[in-house]
Write a new protein. Structure first.
Length: 253
C-alpha cells in the first residue's frame, strides 16, 4: 500500500506543478512569488537526487576508485570529477578562474577567454574512470592554462619524506602538446613545489614526485594540491580520460 500511495502522491504533485507552469502567465504576483520560492527549494533537492542517482546507476560504475596501484600503496585517490557527474557539465568562454567542483579549478590569463571545458561520459570498455574532462582552446593569447586539483586532507595524513607520490594520467589530444604536473605542499607559512613533465608517449603516463629532497616540515603539512599545466594549448582539444594519485614508501637502500 505504501508504494501505491507514493505513486499516487507523486502523480498529484506532478500534475500540480505542471498546472502551475501552464498558468504562470496569469497567476497573481503574490501567489507566483510563493510558487517560485517553493519551486527553487524543490529544484535544489531534485538536483541533488539526480546527481546521486546518476552517480550510482550509470555505467561504467560511477564512483569507481579501481585502478592499478604500485605495490606498497598506502593511499590512493581519483578526483570526484572523474568519478561522478557534475551539476554543471561544462563551461564555454571560461573565466580566468573557473571552479568545476570543490576540488578542480581551471586557471588561465587569456584575455579573450576562448576556452571551453566539459565533462564527458566515458563509454569505452578499456576506460576505468567513469568520466573524462575535455579542455578546448581556440585562439589562445594568454601565457598559461592550468587545472588546479586540491587533494583531500587524508593525503597529508602520516605523509613523510620517505614517500613517493605517483600521478597517472590518460590523455588524448588533437595535436601534440606538452603537459607538466606540479605538486604543491603547504607546511606552515612555506610552500614546497616539485615540477615534472608528463611523457605523453606512454599510455597511461605516470610521474613520481619524490619528497626526500624537500625542506618539508612533516608535522605542519596543511594543504596539498596539484597543478596540471598545458603548454601552448592554442587550437587544440585535450581530453583527460583519467587522473589518479597514489602514495607509497620509497624502497629502502
Amino acid at each position: 500500500m505504501g508504494r501505491i500511495l507514493d505513486r499516487y502522491i507523486n502523480r498529484k504533485t506532478l500534475q500540480r506543478w505542471r498546472k502551475a507552469a501552464e498558468q504562470a502567465q496569469d497567476t497573481p504576483q503574490s501567489a507566483l512569488r510563493l510558487q517560485r520560492d517553493q519551486a527553487r527549494g524543490l529544484r535544489a533537492s531534485l538536483n541533488k537526487l539526480i546527481h546521486i542517482a546518476d552517480s550510482r546507476l550509470t555505467r561504467p560504475q560511477i564512483g569507481s576508485v579501481q585502478f592499478p596501484k604500485p605495490v606498497g600503496t598506502d593511499w590512493a585517490w581519483r578526483p570526484d570529477l572523474w568519478r561522478g557527474p557534475l551539476v554543471q557539465s561544462g563551461l564555454a568562454s571560461a573565466p580566468r578562474k573557473a571552479g568545476m567542483d570543490g576540488q578542480v579549478t581551471l586557471f588561465h590569463d587569456c584575455p579573450r577567454a576562448q576556452i571551453a571545458v566539459r565533462q564527458i561520459r566515458n563509454r569505452d570498455e578499456s576506460d576505468l574512470a567513469p568520466f573524462s574532462l575535455s579542455v578546448e582552446a581556440f585562439s589562445f593569447e594568454g601565457t598559461f592554462l592550468s587545472l588546479s586539483i586540491e587533494l583531500p586532507a587524508d593525503a597529508a595524513h602520516d605523509l613523510t619524506l620517505q614517500h613517493l607520490l605517483r600521478l597517472d594520467v590518460l590523455v588524448n589530444s588533437e595535436q601534440d602538446t606538452g603537459i607538466f604536473a606540479r605538486l604543491n605542499i603547504q607546511h606552515g607559512p612555506n610552500t614546497e613545489q616539485v615540477l615534472r613533465q608528463i611523457d605523453l608517449s606512454k599510455t597511461p603516463s605516470a610521474v613520481d614526485f619524490d619528497l626526500a629532497h624537500l625542506p618539508l616540515n612533516e608535522r605542519r603539512i596543511e594543504k596539498i594540491w596539484l597543478d596540471v599545466i598545458f603548454e601552448n594549448p592554442r587550437m587544440n582539444r585535450i581530453l583527460l580520460r583519467d587522473l589518479t594519485l597514489c602514495r607509497r614508501h620509497r624502497a629502502d637502500l
